[in-house]
Design a protein around this ligand. Structure first.
Ligand code: C2E
Ligand code: MG
Ligand code: MG
Length: 394
C-alpha cells in the first residue's frame, strides 16, 4: 500500500524538523512547508488519505484561512490543528473546520507532545488501512444509516465535563456529552448528528443509549465519591414520550441510584412543541425527584412564563453571554439578570463557557452558583474523569 503523505505546515523550521522525523518514524511521508502559500502553489492535487498538521498561528496566511481555502478543493486532507493558544481557540477552530466540511482529526495544544503526535498518526494509519480494505471513504456528511449502526455497535462514547461549585471550588457534578468515534472521520461532535437523529427518528434510541451508559457510569462513580450529580441532554422528541418518567424511574431504581442525582437538560426551543404534553412529562419527572435544567437559557424563543410553568430546578446561562461578558456590558447585564432571576425562582444557576479565571472571578462576584467550561476542563473520557474525581480544578 502507498505511504500516507503527511503535510506539515508551520512557520517554525525547528518544529517542522521534529514533526517530520516523527512522521518518518511512523512509516509515513512528510512534506513540510514554512509558508502555507507554498503549499497551495506546490500541491495542486491532494489525495483523500493524506493528513495535514496545521499550525493555526502563522504570520503570512494563518490556519483559519488555510482551512477556508482547503474547503474549496475537491479532495481534502484530514487535519490535525495545532496552536499555542488556549483550548477555546482550538475548539472554535475545530468547529469552524467542521462547518467547512473538513475532516478534523483533533487539535493539539503547543508545545506538541511528540509521543502523542505519533500515536495519533499511527491510529490514523490503522484507520486508513482498514478503510482501504473495506470500502471507499465518504467525504461529506454522516448518514442516518451510519448513525443507526453507530448506536447499535457502540461507536458512540460519552465524555464528561466537570461542573464546579464557584464558592468552594469543589466538583459538584458532570455533564455527559456524546461523541461519535467514526471509523473514517475520527471524532464526530454532536452538532453534526443530533439534528440528523431528530430528523430520522433515531433520537429515542440515542437518548436511551446515552442514559443507559450514564447510569452505568454513575454506578461506578458512586463508590468513589459521596455526591456526584450527573446531567444529560435530552431532546424535544424525548419529551413527547409519555412513559419517559416511569422508564427513567425504573432504570434508576434498578441501579439503586437516587433520582435527585440526575438532571435532564432541556433547551428552550425543545419546549416549543406540544406544550401540554411536555408539561405533563416534565412535571411527572420532577415529581419523581429527577432534576430539570433549562439549557442555553436566553437563546430560545420561549417567554419567561415557561420558566414559571415548568418546574425547573436549574438554569443554565447560555455560553455566548458568559463568554463575552468581560468586554460586553450588555452580555454582563444579561448574566447578572439570569442569576437574579434563577435565584428568585429558587433555581440553581450554572454558567457555561467559563474559559478564563477572569470569567470565574466575575461570576463569583455576581453570585452565580456553578461554573462549567474550558477553564476547568473540556469534556473528557470517563476513565480520565475517574482519575480526577478528587483532584483540584482546574
Ligand atoms: P450543550 O448541552 O449546551 O453543551 C455545551 C457545549 O459547549 C458542549 O459542546 C461543550 O463541549 C461546549 N463547551 C463547554 N465548555 C465550553 C467553553 O468553555 N467554551 C466553549 N466555546 N464551548 C464550551 P458539544 O459537546 O459539542 O455539544 C453541543 C451540543 O450538543 C450540546 O450543547 C447539546 O445540546 C447537544 N448534545 C450533546 N450531547 C448530547 C446528547 O447526549 N443528547 C442530546 N440530545 N444532545 C446532546
Ligand atoms: Mg447541555
Ligand atoms: Mg448549553
Amino acid at each position: 500500500m502507498k505511504q500516507t503523505t503527511v503535510y506539515l505546515v508551520d512557520d517554525e523550521p525547528d518544529m517542522l524538523e521534529l514533526l517530520a522525523s516523527v512522521v518518518e518514524m511512523s512509516d509515513m511521508l512528510p512534506v513540510a512547508f514554512t509558508q502555507a502559500s507554498d503549499f497551495f502553489q506546490q500541491v495542486t492535487e491532494l489525495d483523500n488519505q493524506s493528513i495535514m498538521a496545521l499550525d493555526l498561528h502563522m504570520p503570512e496566511m494563518d490556519g483559519i484561512e488555510v482551512m477556508r481555502r482547503l474547503a474549496t478543493m475537491d479532495n481534502t486532507p484530514r487535519l490535525i490543528l495545532m496552536s499555542g493558544h488556549d483550548e477555546g481557540v482550538l475548539h472554535s477552530a475545530e468547529k469552524l473546520g467542521r462547518a467547512h466540511n473538513l475532516k478534523i482529526i483533533t487539535s493539539l495544544k503547543k508545545p506538541i507532545v511528540l509521543r502523542e503526535f505519533q500515536q495519533l498518526l499511527v491510529s490514523q494509519k490503522n484507520i486508513t488501512e482498514r478503510v482501504a480494505s473495506t470500502s471507499t471513504p465518504k467525504k461529506n456528511e454522516v448518514t442516518a444509516a451510519e448513525l443507526k449502526k453507530a448506536i447499535e455497535q457502540n461507536e458512540l462514547v460519552l465524555h464528561y465535563q466537570p461542573q464546579i461549585i464557584i464558592a468552594t471550588g469543589e466538583l459538584s457534578g458532570v455533564e455527559a456529552l456524546v461523541r461519535w468515534n467514526h471509523p473514517e472521520r475520527g471524532v464526530v461532535f454532536p452538532d453534526e448528528f443530533i439534528s440528523l437523529a431528530e430528523e430520522d427518528g433515531l433520537m429515542k434510541d440515542l437518548t436511551r443509549w446515552v442514559i443507559d451508559q450514564l447510569v452505568k457510569q454513575e454506578q461506578l462513580w458512586q463508590h468513589e465519591v459521596d455526591r456526584l450529580e450527573v446531567s444529560v441532554n435530552i431532546s424535544a422528541i424525548d419529551i413527547t414520550s409519555l412513559t419517559l418518567p416511569e422508564q427513567l424511574a425504573e432504570l434508576l431504581a434498578e441501579n439503586k441510584l437516587s433520582p435527585s442525582k440526575l438532571t435532564l437538560e432541556v433547551t428552550e426551543s425543545a419546549l416549543m412543541g406540544e406544550l401540554v404534553k411536555s408539561l405533563d412529562i416534565l412535571t411527572r419527572l420532577r415529581m419523581r425527584g429527577i432534576g430539570l435544567s433549562i439549557d442555553d437559557f436566553g437563546t430560545g424563543y420561549s417567554s419567561l412564563s415557561q420558566l414559571h410553568r415548568v418546574p425547573f430546578t436549574e438554569l443554565k446561562i447560555d455560553q455566548s453571554f458568559v463568554y463575552s461578558m468581560l468586554e460586553d456590558d450588555e452580555a454582563r447585564a444579561i448574566v447578572k439578570t439570569c442569576v437574579m432571576l434563577g435565584h428568585e425562582l429558587k433555581m440553581k444557576v450554572v454558567a457555561e463557557g467559563v474559559e478564563t479565571k477572569e470569567h470565574l472571578d466575575l461570576l463569583r462576584e455576581i453570585g452565580c452558583d456553578i461554573a462549567q467550561g474550558y477553564y476547568f476542563s473540556r469534556a473528557i473520557p470517563a476513565d480520565e474523569m475517574t482519575k480526577r474525581l478528587h483532584s483540584e480544578w482546574p
